[in-house]
Design a protein around this ligand. Structure first.
Ligand code: G6P
Length: 539
């Protein structure tokens, strides 16, 4: 258990501090409160942390024995105590890091063999050697949900400029609209369906997989040739009828939301090719090396975690916005919602005691500049403070549109500056002085134009969103979540909070079908079921 008293005391003392004054007092502030790994730069100087706050935050790492927990994770200990599992997604990207022993066994030979199987399969699909009944595959449909969807879907979009394989589509929702809209227009004879499910029991995924199989059979495709599975449960993939040669297995020590680095990333590998996928893995591995070696003061995941803890657990800001000025990172906020909120959205510490500080924050966001024309109003002038995490590349992938990219960068930098700088009532009055308003009206109008400023943000800057840089970014966030979890004293690797809704959905199935009565249900649920029945929703 860490002691929050010192930090709470510092917060009370620094509450009214102005960031702009902090820059004036310390000409080296931008450098002092920035860190770099490879080509990635994290600037956290536009926050109200100072050297004393940073030292107190860093002290949390030692109090929580972060080094010990880190060694236990990388060393294959069963740190996911509530599911009795190791946490070894880092081994999936340990391309040349040597053995990783878990439970007395080196897991690397198995990982590298599966990676080779994925590479051979990808090469065969991409070259047309493996094909559907109608010829070379033109389209891939990845059917999965949660971690079996968000990672590869986010990554395929992020790395769109590197895609030179079949087109990738992602179906997750059990809402039939999702699969219907996706399959419409695809050729069942040249489509490869990948069923991605760690457990191979997830109802949404299995339902969509059966729908896709029927579509393929009816349309002249052959599921025996055109279905693949990514799962830890080979017995279940066989029972579904998927050829073992098309099954890519992994172990239960890969958490769903950490699984894009292994077989769950197959759609990404098919889209960008094994070399691009290797570069992605190497980016992740580079971040692992950094996280394991760098001093806490220079350690990007640690710094990002500590700034997050400062803003949420100490300052009490309930949410954080992830704002990539990178359209291809449009799915990153959704991915981070699962990564951060499923990992650290808990109220019980590892030892079963109640948390004494808030759990992880609400994470949300959208790419800039779009968000500027929608919700930034609240970020600038709302009563609550939303710490913003900006992300931006120095360059885009479209040389002909470099002028647009420069505009994007200018907007990103302008937002963090505006949040910090704000606009005082005097400045607002001065801007309206020539409008000929009487004093009372001038005052009233000016008040609407005040920006409180002094609002915190961080900026993660990178040269270009390559597979390597993208791998670094994803691993950076994974380790940030780990560090936050260790300091909060929780298990970031289980997700019991998703169980109750699943159980109730199963028991409500026959009630919605109309084969079971609503008796025993609460009044609201019973009335909603009756509404659905009245409007034609029963079976
Ligand atoms: O990959 P699957 O076993 O189908 O699981 C898919 C998802 O469903 C669950 O509800 C979990 O909350 C997620 O962590 C998981 O990623």
């Amino acid at each position: 258990m860490v002691d929050w008293t010192h930090l709470n005391g510092l917060y009370a003392a620094t509450g009214s501090r102005q960031m702009l004054a902090m820059f004036e007092d310390d000409p080296d502030r931008a450098e002092r409160f920035s860190a770099q790994v490879g080509d990635l730069r994290l600037d956290y100087s536009k926050t109200r942390v100072d050297a004393a706050v940073m030292e107190a935050l860093i002290d949390l790492c030692d109090q929580a024995d972060l080094a010990g927990h880190r060694a236990a994770m990388f060393g294959g200990d069963r740190i996911n105590e509530t599911e009795d599992r190791a946490v070894l997604h880092t081994a999936l990207r340990n391309l040349d890091g040597g053995p990783v022993i878990s439970g007395g066994i080196d897991v690397m030979p198995g990982i590298l063999a599966t990676l080779d199987q994925m590479r051979a399969f990808s090469d065969a699909v991409r070259s047309g050697e493996k094909a559907g009944t109608g010829g070379a595959f033109t389209d891939i449909v990845n059917i999965g949900i949660g971690g079996s969807d968000l990672g590869p879907a986010m990554a395929a979009l992020a790395l769109a400029p590197y895609q030179d394989g079949p087109r990738c589509h992602f179906v997750s929702n059990v809402d039939g609209a999702h699969i219907a809209d996706t399959l419409r227009g695809l050729d069942p004879k040249t489509t490869l369906v990948i069923v991605a499910s760690k457990t191979f029991t997830t109802i949404e995924t299995m339902t969509n997989a059966r729908t896709a199989r029927a579509w393929m059979q009816e349309g002249g495709g052959d599921p025996a040739m055109q279905f693949a599975a990514l799962s830890t449960a080979r017995d279940k993939t066989a029972a579904f009828g998927i050829d073992d040669a098309h099954v890519f297995g992994f172990e239960d020590w890969v958490g769903g939301r950490y699984s894009v680095w292994g077989p769950i990333g197959l759609s990404l590998m098919l889209a960008i090719g094994p070399k691009g996928f290797d570069a992605f893995l190497r980016g992740g591995q580079a971040m692992d090396t950094h996280f394991r070696a760098a001093d806490w003061h220079e350690n990007l995941p640690v710094l990002l975690a500590l700034i997050g803890i400062w803003h949420h657990q100490i300052c009490g800001y309930p949410t954080r916005a992830v704002l990539p000025y990178d359209q291809r990172l449009a799915r990153l906020p959704a991915y981070l919602q699962q990564l951060e909120m499923e990992s650290n959205g808990k109220s019980v510490a590892m030892d079963g005691s109640a948390l004494t500080v808030p759990s992880g924050p609400i994470v949300w966001g959208e790419p800039g500049t779009n968000g500027q024309h929608a919700f930034y109003q609240l970020i600038h002038q709302g009563t609550g403070v939303v710490p913003c995490e900006f992300m931006v590349a120095a360059q885009g992938h479209e040389p002909d549109l470099a002028h647009q990219h420069r505009l994007l960068v200018a907007n990103c930098l302008a937002q963090s500056e505006a949040l910090m700088r704000g606009r005082s009532i005097d400045e607002a009055r001065a801007r309206m002085a020539d409008r000929g308003l009487d004093a009372a009206e001038l005052e009233r109008q000016a008040r609407h134009r005040v920006f409180p400023g002094n609002r915190p943000s961080t900026t993660l800057a990178y040269p270009l969103l390559t597979p390597f840089v993208f791998g670094q970014i994803v691993a950076l966030y994974e380790h940030r979540v780990f560090v936050e979890g260790v300091i909060l004293g929780i298990n970031s690797y289980d997700q019991w909070g998703v169980e109750l809704g699943k159980e109730l959905a199963t028991s409500l199935g026959p009630v919605v079908d109309g084969t079971q009565s609503t008796s025993g249900k609460d009044g609201s649920t019973a009335a909603l079921v009756e509404f659905v029945h009245r409007h034609g929703g029963a079976a």
